[in-house]
Design a protein around this ligand. Structure first.
Ligand code: PMP
Length: 459
């Protein structure tokens, strides 16, 4: 059973630094009516994250209405790459609102043209066409549709298999969820499409064999013939753990996809827009996928996502057959354009790379002192600290939950991916964070680990 956050306020240490303030009990007593209202009117499934009632967020800080202030290591789950509440994004949105064009669906608009052009300008060949959507799941669904359409065209109807990875997360809609590699999240589907299969993800931790031969062997074991594969879909790094695949594996996969006329799809919903220390996550592998899906950090704010690919693939469907009501909504386009401008102008990918080195150094030091940390994965300003039962790779989800709770009570906002069973403490600050905030956050995380593990040992 996944743990749940208590709504009973408890006394927590008062903290006052330039970056963190905890001046109330936690959860804040005055916030309880709001939290109770949410519990009354929203499904239980919405209770996954710490009970901090956000009031305002700026840069790398989140504030509540009662004087508490957090260093944000969540980005609201990887959204605000350019920082929270950036004036440049707010002004762009305000300008667009003032222009009185709030929506136009698939009728043309100048701002949608500008965003499509911008994305294609900054993406490498052959990713030169873009379809704007609203959520990451929707972008993944569209990528799956394009893989299958392409597969059927080049190899007939049997070429429809989508290979993805164990432990993967691509969203909660029917296709995206089936491509996901967490069996518990798919139980409700019952009639799983046999055209979705998963291979082990070569993370070098829970899957020690990181050779590409494992991919080919898995397909053989599953009875999937390479010529029937329409597409291989993977998160550029796995969201549940922040693990990357080895470069040689990805290069071999790129070649395999080309040789078998299967499209390679990188789900960059988390990895895009500077998060990992390069503008695009797939740059770490020295490859370019045939399709990529973006979301979250594309706008640092409003809901917008994108599928990008070569004209050959993106143009497979005729006029009017790939639509979505909020495609390229003008306000969302304004937010995305402003956010992308900030990521580029302030070279936030480089900030991510530089500060990522500091973050990972601190996390690795912590891991060496903490037997309950199995591994630290990630690159740039994304990290996953895997909590394990000491001496094993068995995830300790309760420890991750307790450490995140304790850190939040100390003014460091984080999350642990819920429902993944991976026991990961996930770290993903806005890319505008400072070195001082990384170092202060790292010492708070260390305190949280120390306190929680000592309390467990004493219990
Ligand atoms: N792909 C990845 C890698 C994700 O992390 C997520 C969301 N966590 C999604 C797809 C789905 O995006 P959305 O929630 O916007 O549908």
């Amino acid at each position: 059973m996944a743990k749940e956050y208590s709504l009973v306020p408890k006394r927590v240490a008062r903290i006052e630094t330039p970056l963190r303030r905890m001046v109330t009990d936690f959860p804040v007593p005055e916030s309880i009516p709001i939290l109770e209202k949410l519990q009354a009117y929203e499904p239980v499934a919405m209770r996954g994250q710490p009970p901090v009632v956000w009031d305002r967020a700026e840069g790398f800080q989140v504030y509540d209405a009662w004087g508490n202030q957090w260093i944000d290591w969540s980005c609201g789950v990887l959204i605000t790459n350019a920082g929270h509440g950036r004036p440049e994004i707010i002004e762009a949105v305000q300008r667009e609102v003032q222009s009185k064009l709030l929506t136009n669906y698939c009728f043309p608009s100048e701002i949608r043209a500008r965003l499509a052009e911008k994305l294609c300008a900054i993406l490498p060949e052959p990713l030169k066409k873009v379809f704007l959507l609203t959520t990451g799941s929707e972008a993944v669904e569209c990528a799956i549709k394009l893989c299958r359409t392409h597969g059927i065209q080049v190899g007939g109807r049997s070429k429809h298999v989508i290979v993805s990875y164990q432990g993967a997360f691509h969203g909660r809609t029917l296709g995206a969820q089936q491509a996901g590699g967490i069996p518990a999240l798919k139980e409700w589907i019952v009639n799983l499409d046999p055209g979705f299969v998963q291979a082990p993800f070569p993370d070098g931790f829970r899957t020690p064999d990181t050779s590409f031969a494992l991919f080919e062997r898995t397909l053989t074991e599953l009875g999937v013939e390479p010529r029937n594969v329409a597409g291989v879909l993977l998160e550029t790094y796995q969201g549940g753990s922040a693990a990357f695949a080895p470069v040689e594996y990805m290069r071999a996969l790129r070649q395999w996809c080309t040789a078998h006329k299967a499209l390679l799809v990188c789900d960059e919903v988390q990895a895009g827009f500077g998060r990992t220390g390069t503008l695009w996550g797939f740059q770490h592998y020295g490859i370019t996928p045939d399709l990529a899906a973006f979301g979250k950090g594309i706008s640092s704010s409003l809901p917008i996502s994108a599928v990008v690919g070569s004209p050959e693939v993106m143009d497979l469907h005729p006029a009017g057959s790939m639509t979505s009501t909020h495609t390229g909504n003008p306000i969302c386009c304004a937010a995305a354009l402003a956010s992308i401008e900030l990521v580029l102008k302030e070279n936030l990918a480089e900030n991510s790379r530089k500060l990522g080195e500091v973050l990972h150094r601190k996390l690795n030091e912590l891991a060496r002192r903490t037997p309950q940390i199995g591994c630290v994965a990630g690159k740039g300003l994304v990290a996953g600290v895997s909590c394990v039962l000491p001496g094993s790779t068995e995830p300790d989800g309760d420890l991750a939950f307790d450490v995140v709770s304790r850190a939040v009570e100390k003014g460091l906002l984080m999350f642990s991916p819920v429902g993944f069973g991976g026991g990961t403490v996930k770290i993903a600050p806005p890319l505008v964070i400072t070195e001082a905030a990384i170092l202060e956050g790292a010492s708070v995380l260390e305190e949280a680990f120390r306190e929680v593990t000592a309390e467990r040992a004493a219990a």
